[in-house]
Every structure is written in C-alpha cells, then in structure tokens.
Design a protein around this ligand. Structure first.
Ligand code: MG
Length: 352
C-alpha cells in the first residue's frame, strides 16, 4: 500500500545505487510500480490532488472558460545545454496555454519509460520538472507511467496536458491578426534548435549555445495588464521556428506579414547556423513568442515585454499587411524582398 506524503511532509527521495535502472516490472502495476511512484514521483510532486491517488484529479477552477492543451516530448538527447526533456515538457504546455490568453493552472504528466533507463537520470528530469512547474505556478495533479522493453523507446518520452483558465476580455487567437498590426518578437531566435544540434552532433563552437527553454507566462501577463484587447494573437515560435509561427498566423487570419529585417540572432548561434547551412528563421525556440498587436499599442507592448528578463530584447520586427494573404515576406538588406515559406519537411527532427 502506498502512503502518500502530504505537501507538509515532503521527504527526500530514497537514495539508490548507480546500477538502479528501470525494469519491465516497474510497469507491472505491482510492488515495483508502487515503489517507483513512492520513491521517485510522489516525493517531488506535492500537489494534494495528486496525492489522493485517484484515477483522476478533481480540481477547482474559477468561472469562465477552461483552456486545454497537450504536447508530447521526444527530444533527443534527454539532457542538453540549458535544459532537459522535463523542463521542456512543463514549459511547452504552459506556454501553449499562455498563448491562448489563459492562466496556466494544472498539468498531467504521462511517461513512457524504457527498460534500462537510469533512475538517477529519471530523478534529475523529475527534479527539473518540479522546479519548472513551481516557477510557472502550475501543479502536476495527475499522471501515469508505462514501461516498454529495451530498444522500444529512447530513454523516456513524456506527455503533458494542461488546463488554464481564461481571463474575461482577453482572448487572443490565431485568426485575429489584422492589417496594420505590429509583429513583435520577444527575444533572440534559434537558440534551442542549435543547442540540441550542437549536443547531438558533438559540435564545439567558440561560445556555448544554450537552449532558451523558459516560461512565457510573465510576458503574456504583462501584455494582458498593459494592453488587453489590443493583443490580437500570440504564438510561441517552437518547432519550425519563427518562420512557421508567422506563416501559421498569416494563413489562419488571411493576412500578409512583412518582416522589415531579420530578427535578432545571438552571434554564436548565427555562426553555428551558417556553418551548418541552417536558416535561423526555421530553427526551433522554446522561450520565444511572437505577438500581433494593434498598431497604436505596439510601443507600449514592447515596453511591457521588456520589463521581464525573458523579454528584455523584445522588438517590432514587421507589420501585418492586406496584400498577399497567407504569405510572409522578408525585406532583405539589399532592398529586395524574399518569401519566407513553410518548410516542406523537418529541418531538425526530435527537437522537442
Ligand atoms: Mg505553441
């Protein structure tokens, strides 16, 4: 029988030897499963809803609408400069909830663990998830673990599903961009994809490149309180990079997007992209968002975003136009224009 610890009785995880690894029995639903839960998951996630160990969690929400979002994380490697799959799994779903204008509240976490996964590595990833969830102000309230045979998964995969509560009068959406809107990017692009690429391929660059994985919630809260309805749409520029996010919005809203120049890219990231022949506009980010904001609110929006460390380099990068609906165009340094299309395939697989 599992004796759940309450939030007040958080205990240190039981130490275990280096050899301890996930076995198929950890997925049996028997004693080993119970021990995995008791020693590794429950000591970290303190939510009282989780510790009730029901088949689901009953959680209170304010009146209004509930926003749901889900995302599955298969990044390889599991740990990389600036983060790991656990941080990504929390920030990914929290950021998607925030992009819908909601306040992220609760998460579920479902794990597929591969036989042979080191428990030390699992612990580090769970610690990281806990730290990120606390920083984002969300609770992990329910979860699941399954184990598959050696060779049938790449260490671990995790799905997080989240619930956020909407705030009256603030409902940005992908169809709401309007001609004249300013296009604001919250920070330098392409860090996450290049950090993964460098680690995966064993590439050494002059400067360390770290993933930008982070919570965008403070930026959305700043925009909500300072601008409100003038914020038309928000999107985190994850897989497929900024180019894909802009194309998706242009298409959904039936408008054109004109970029007045390339958004900022850190010099080390730019050099790495050049070396590998990658366009930073298409490289994944995990802590960068794009905001489409009414023209008259643009400067105030940039100022609001810059009041938080993650948005300190926010800038207006372009405008929404009423010509060439569904198209993103970039003004080049030579006075020409090039179309920034959607990628036909994956530039970097297993990036999140
Ligand atoms: Mg998203």
């Amino acid at each position: 029988m599992i004796v759940p610890a309450t939030m007040q009785e958080r205990v240190c995880p039981v130490p275990h030897s280096e050899q301890e690894r996930i076995q198929l029995g950890h997925g049996s639903g028997g004693k080993l499963s119970a021990r995995l839960l008791r020693d590794h998951f429950l000591p970290r996630f303190g939510s009282r809803y989780l510790h009730e160990l029901g088949d689901g969690a009953v959680v209170p929400v304010d009146v209004g609408h509930v926003v749901m979002s889900t995302d599955t994380f298969v990044v390889s490697p599991l740990e990389f400069p600036g983060g790991d799959i656990g941080r990504l799994a929390i920030h990914g779903t929290v950021n998607d909830l925030a992009m819908m204008g909601s306040k992220p509240r609760y998460l579920s976490a479902g794990f597929v663990l591969e036989e042979g996964l080191e428990l030390d590595l699992l612990d580090r990833i769970l610690d990281s998830m806990l730290e990120s969830a606390e920083a984002c102000g969300v609770e992990v309230v329910t979860g699941d673990t399954k184990v598959v045979e050696r060779g049938k998964a790449d260490g671990l995969y995790v799905n997080t599903t989240g619930i956020g509560t909407s705030v009256p009068g603030f409902r940005p959406g992908p169809t709401k961009a309007r001609p004249g809107d300013a296009v604001i990017v919250s920070g330098p692009i392409a860090c996450h994809g290049m950090a993964i690429m460098a680690r995966r391929e064993g590439l050494a660059f002059d400067a360390d490149i770290e993933s930008d994985t982070g919570s965008l919630v403070p930026l959305v809260e700043a925009l909500r309180s300072e601008i409100g309805e003038g914020v038309h749409c928000l999107r985190d520029a994850t897989r497929g990079g900024l180019a894909s996010a802009l194309n998706e919005i242009a298409s959904a809203s039936g408008v054109g997007v004109r970029l007045d120049g390339s958004p900022p890219v850190p010099p080390a990231v730019e050099a790495a992209c050049e070396m590998l022949g990658l366009d930073p506009l298409y490289v994944a980010n995990e802590g960068v968002m794009v905001a489409f904001v009414a023209e008259g609110d643009a400067l105030a929006a940039v100022e609001a975003m810059r009041s938080h460390p993650i948005g300190i380099r926010a800038s207006i990068v372009g405008r929404v136009t009423d010509d060439h609906p569904g198209t993103v165009a970039l003004r080049t340094g030579l006075g020409g224009t090039r179309v920034v299309d959607m990628l036909p395939g994956d530039q970097l697989p297993r990036i999140c």
